[in-house]
Design a binder for this molecule. Structure first.
Ligand SMILES: Cc1cc2nc3c(=O)[nH]c(=O)nc-3n(C[C@H](O)[C@H](O)[C@H](O)COP(=O)(O)OP(=O)(O)OC[C@H]3O[C@@H](n4cnc5c(N)ncnc54)[C@H](O)[C@@H]3O)c2cc1C
Length: 494
């Protein structure tokens, strides 16, 4: 069965010679670096749960190409039920890790490339789709962890790719050879790339005909010559080097360990190139990817919020406030916001429909609404958590204070609330809440899968406002009374 174990995943990373930099320094082995380790653990959990009999139905699925049982993270959505199961998988993983588990970008990129290669072939008579299917078969067989790279640096935001002073602000083809292409540029904010087996590169915007060189989609091994990762800094990340509970989520980290990935003239052989100059399909590819990806947030953030709500509810017990009606009402508020986004993600999935290639697309209005709500609800849920947890969240002493006999008793004594709970337990909970509501987490909720404005533009485009106006006109002034029941005459003749 093509399902990697967690150990096989980490060992396979060790075999790759990934060129990575953390805080300015070259890393010998990404699999063994403490700044990256929590993010690797999170991905390892996605491999582990696929072997658990109780999660088999959610974590694994029959490949539509080979009939073999494969990881759902390498699967092409074949039905609305598949889309629903994906959201369930994300919630499960969010609940298990309490953070971002990184593989969703690669999954949605696989599906988007599956669909766009089919469309290009239909329109242009090319053979990208077969090529992509051959690649996908290898991905499924080896159960690869893939990252998706769509966001370009973009330079001056008011200018198109071809208008930039520096043409490398968007990834582009700098050389076309008989056996492949050479690409140059960078992709930013890349989730999981640094601990992945490979990166799926896609254009980040719609393109004009003259922007042919920017219309490139391809798969690049994480250790290909010319690829390098520059790891981002996160809130409180030096705590990872200290160990202990101050990290907040010591085993699984905060968000996905994002990095800038640079393509410093990287050769990509033809069999890994899935778009090469077909500018007319770039916007559709972005749209496919973004629509699938936006629905995800109701699942993954739903699972994360379950953990945060749990930590906050426990904090109210630690403080002794848990029976207060107002406190309970605030917990209800958190639950309500969380279930609203989860329900929309399930709805978008349940109303999925087949694309021409056979892959199932989520309902786009609901998918965009999920992400739009996430840009607010994650902040609101965090705000209520901060409210209920108290000012201690921002001022509590570090874990090492418990080890210094000169001050430990004061820390223990004056930070203890309900004596049923040890002070250290309160600190651990506080640290989790602090880190999981840090700017790193919040900004992911705002910008991941596109900034809020990106969803609003799509929502307005899909809303068919004219139809809604016609509905209003018909209801207010229309004459289609209920059959057999004409509107009673109402006159106020006074
Ligand atoms: C934690 C995290 C993980 C991510 N993971 C991935 C990943 O794995 N893969 C990936 O491809 N991307 C990833 N992203 C990137 C994400 O999709 C982008 O951050 C998002 O699309 C916004 O782009 P930007 O950050 O360049 O924002 P900017 O373009 O800098 O936008 C900033 C603001 O300016 C506005 N703006 C931009 N251009 C214009 C304009 N022309 N006119 C008016 N307003 C404008 C935007 O709407 C926004 O409000 C991730 C982001 C985060 C934060």
């Amino acid at each position: 069965m093509p399902l990697k174990t967690p150990v096989q995943y980490v060992d396979s990373l060790r075999e790759l010679k990934i060129r990575a930099y953390v805080n300015g320094e070259r890393v010998d082995s990404v699999a063994d670096h403490p700044a990256i380790a929590p993010h690797i653990n999170t991905v390892a959990k996605t491999y582990e749960l696929a072997h658990a009999p109780e999660h088999r139905d959610v974590m694994t699925v029959e490949s539509h190409m080979t009939g073999e049982r494969v990881h759902r993270y390498t699967h092409i959505f074949q039905s609305a039920d598949d889309l629903v199961k994906k959201i369930q998988m994300l919630r499960l993983l969010g609940q298990t890790t309490g953070t971002c588990f990184q593989r969703c970008v690669g999954l949605d990129a696989l599906n988007a490339l599956y669909a766009i290669t089919y469309d290009i072939d239909q329109g242009e008579g090319s053979d990208y789709h077969q090529r992509f299917r051959a690649y996908l078969a290898q991905v499924q067989k080896a159960d690869l962890m893939l990252a998706g790279a769509m966001t370009d640096p973009k330079g001056h935001r008011a200018l198109r790719p071809s208008q930039q002073e520096d043409p490398d602000q968007f990834v582009r083809v700098v050389e076309r050879r008989e056996d492949g292409v050479v690409i140059r540029g960078a992709k930013l904010h890349n989730t999981g790339g640094i601990n992945s087996h490979g990166i799926l590169v896609m254009p980040g915007t719609g393109l004009k005909e003259e922007e042919r060189d920017y219309a490139v989609a391809c798969a690049v091994p994480a250790d290909a010559a010319g690829v390098l990762f520059i790891f981002g800094r996160q809130s409180n990340d030096s705590r990872k080097l200290e160990g202990g509970c101050d990290i907040g989520n010591p085993r699984f980290g905060v968000v996905g360990g994002e990095a800038m990935v640079v393509f410093d003239d990287v050769f990509v052989p033809n069999e890994r190139v899935f778009m090469n100059g077909e500018t007319g399909y770039a916007a559709t590819l972005v749209n496919y990817f973004a629509t699938w990806h936006r629905a995800n947030y109701g699942g993954c953030k739903g699972g994360n919020a379950d953990v945060l709500i749990g930590a906050t509810a426990k904090m109210t017990k630690v403080l002794g406030t848990e029976r207060n009606a107002v406190v309970r009402d605030k917990l209800i508020e958190m639950i309500h916001m969380n279930e609203t986004t989860y329900a929309s993600a399930i709805g978008a999935s349940a109303m999925g429909y087949p694309l021409l290639c056979g892959a199932y697309m989520v309902e786009p209005m609901m998918a965009n609404t999920v992400k739009q709500n996430i840009t607010r609800n994650v902040y609101e849920i965090g705000r209520v958590s901060h409210d209920l947890s108290g000012g201690f969240l921002a001022t509590m002493p570090g874990e090492k204070s418990f080890d210094n006999p000169e001050i430990a008793r004061f820390v223990e004594k004056y930070h203890q609330a309900n004596p049923e709970y040890e002070t250290r337990e309160r600190v651990k909970l506080g640290r989790y809440i602090e880190n999981m509501t840090s700017v790193t987490t919040m900004v992911e909720a705002i910008h991941g899968a596109g900034s809020p404005q990106a969803q609003r533009i799509v929502m307005l485009g899909l809303a068919e406002i004219d139809k809604k106006i016609a509905m209003a006109d018909q209801v207010i002034d229309g004459d289609d009374d209920v059959e057999g029941l004409p509107l009673p005459e109402r006159r106020v003749d006074k």
